[in-house]
Design a protein around this ligand. Structure first.
Ligand code: ZN
Length: 83
């Protein structure tokens, strides 16, 4: 069963539910206050299925993201006559 994220308009809380794909998402009740004034948050769900929060995906790659840092150790330039 997939995880679905919802936002409750009444108590302004986000909650996550395990639901079957054929459930009626319009009538989902808030797990906090029981209101069915809830919104299905598809974009947030889509970002999380990739295993990382969206903020992580947007951050530029750093040296720590590479398993082999030695590839960045370029040997010092030599004068052409030394070759
Ligand atoms: Zn609520």
């Amino acid at each position: 069963m997939p995880l679905y994220e919802y936002f409750c308009e009444d108590c302004q809380k986000e909650f996550t539910l395990l639901q079957t794909t054929d459930v009626n998402k319009e009538g989902t009740e808030c797990s906090e206050c029981g209101s069915n004034n809830t919104r299905h948050q598809f974009s947030s769900f889509a970002a999380k299925i990739q295993g990382k929060p969206l903020a992580d995906l947007q951050k530029p790659a750093t040296l720590d993201d590479f398993p082999n840092k030695d590839i960045f150790k370029i040997p010092p330039a030599r004068h052409i006559s030394e070759l």
